[in-house]
Structure formats: C-alpha cells, structure tokens
Design a protein around this ligand. Sequence first.
Ligand code: ZN
Length: 232
Amino acid sequence: MLVGFPYARRWRQNSAVGEDLEKLKQRLPLLDYLRQQNWTARPAGHASEFVGLCPLHPETRPSFYVNAHKNLFYCHGCGQGGDLIRFVELSQHLSFRQSLTYLEQQNAPADRDALLRQASAFYQRQLDRYPEARRYLEQRGLRDFALIRELQIGYAPGGSLRRHLVAQGYSLDLLRRTGLVNPQGYDALYQRVVFPCYRDGRIVNLYGRSTGTAFAHRFLPGSQGGLVACPV
Ligand SMILES: [Zn+2]
C-alpha cells in the first residue's frame, strides 16, 4: 500500500540533518499530527493502518491511508504520499526547510528557555527544604537570605525534577534534549547547589556545584552563558 518516495533521498544525503529529522518524526508521529489537525480516520484492516478523507484534495470517499508503524501516508485519490514533512510541505504549501521550521515551532511550545526557568524555580524552592544545602552555602560565607534569593541559588536534591516537570506537562524527550534528565531518565543534577547562567536576561544554562563527593562542576549541555555568581 505504501511505497518508497524519492524525496526521502534528499535528507538521507545529509546524515546530520537526517538524524534530526528522524528525531523530529519520532517526537511528533504523523498520525498524532494529523489528529491534531482534526483528521478523523478508521482502522483500514491492516495492523497500524488507518484510512480517512484526504486532507490534500476534495473527496467524499476515504482514500487517504496512514501507516502508523511506518509513519507514512499515501492517498490513492491524488497520488500524494510520504512522511510528516512531506505532508506539511503539501498541506501548508511550504518548502522542505520551511516545513522543518514550522514543525519545530509546532512541536516546541515548551521551549528550552521556559523549561530552564521552571527548573531553576523548582531548585530554588528546594533550597529551604534541604538543610545540607543551606549549610553548604553558609560554610562558604553565603548566609544572607536576600542575597541567596537575588542570585536565584537553588538546590537539586536529585530524583525529583523529572517528576515535577512531567507533571507540568513537559515531555521526557524534551527534558532529555535540554539535558535536565540524562539518557537513562534520571535528573542530571543530583545533590548540587544550582546557579542559573544568564545571557541577555535569559537563563541559558544551569550550573550545579556538588555538595557531596561527586565531580564538583556540572553544566547542562549547551551554552554556558555568563554565571551571575559562582562563589563556591
Ligand atoms: Zn488525496
């Protein structure tokens, strides 16, 4: 029912882009995207295959098939077929590059900035709950509560950020991509006093200083920006 498509070769030629594309398509399966666009379908008889009216051409009898397993579509009415990006190209009348940008925006309502702000706020709240963290700061001369607040210093106890952010609706995949959660699914910062790193008024990274025996310095992947303070 579904065949290979020449456009697929385009991005295979560039493996770096291809890798990103694969991740994008895994994050936002074609069927999910279509349903977000109010496409209604019924099972087509084969496992993981669905059929509904074609969103790309007017029709009264469903001829638009989606194979959820292969993450591909094909319309027997207009002959169009392909993956999510191809569908966006056709339905939104966008170029390949524009479709990628469009999907990244669609798929990133919770961007890295917002996530880092949430994580930083969460860590700041933990500081009061863990006396060992306050003790650590006091031992290094930071006793002024107002200053600690001003510097937005927090504490990562470990084993709690992921749960908190997932409960807020952030996907585990986004947490992994931001580096807040490691590939194994655990909080990346564990028993660390946390300082936000700012650039141009935005939190661009978090720095974690170990309060225990772990490796002293830890940044999340990505830009480290400028530390507002690193007194320890
Ligand atoms: Zn069609």
